[in-house]
Design a protein around this ligand. Structure first.
Ligand code: SF4
Length: 74
C-alpha cells in the first residue's frame, strides 16, 4: 500500500469546489468558511489518482499531494 499524504493550504483556497467535484470521497467544502477540507477518515490510498488530479486542477494550487514512490510533492 502506498503512503499518501494530502494537505490543503486553507489560505490559498478560493472555495471553487473543483476538488470536491472531482473527488468527493476525500474533499468537501465547508460552507461556513468557503474553503475546502478533507473528509475525516477518507481512504487516501484508494483515491490517490483522483486526489492527484484534484491537486493538478486546483486553480490556486492549494492542494499538496505526496505518494510514496513519487519523486516529489505535487
Ligand atoms: S480546488 Fe483548490 S481552490 Fe478549489 S475548493 Fe479545492 S482546494 Fe480550494
Amino acid at each position: 500500500m502506498n503512503q499518501v499524504i494530502v494537505q490543503i493550504q486553507g489560505g490559498m483556497c478560493c472555495g471553487f469546489g473543483n476538488c470536491a467535484g472531482l473527488c468527493p470521497q476525500v474533499f468537501r467544502l465547508d460552507y461556513e468558511t468557503n474553503r475546502a477540507q478533507l473528509v475525516p477518515d477518507a481512504q487516501l490510498d484508494v483515491h490517490a489518482e483522483q486526489i492527484a488530479r484534484a491537486a493538478s486542477e486546483c486553480p490556486t494550487q492549494a492542494i499538496f499531494f505526496f505518494r510514496s514512490g513519487d519523486d516529489a510533492w505535487a
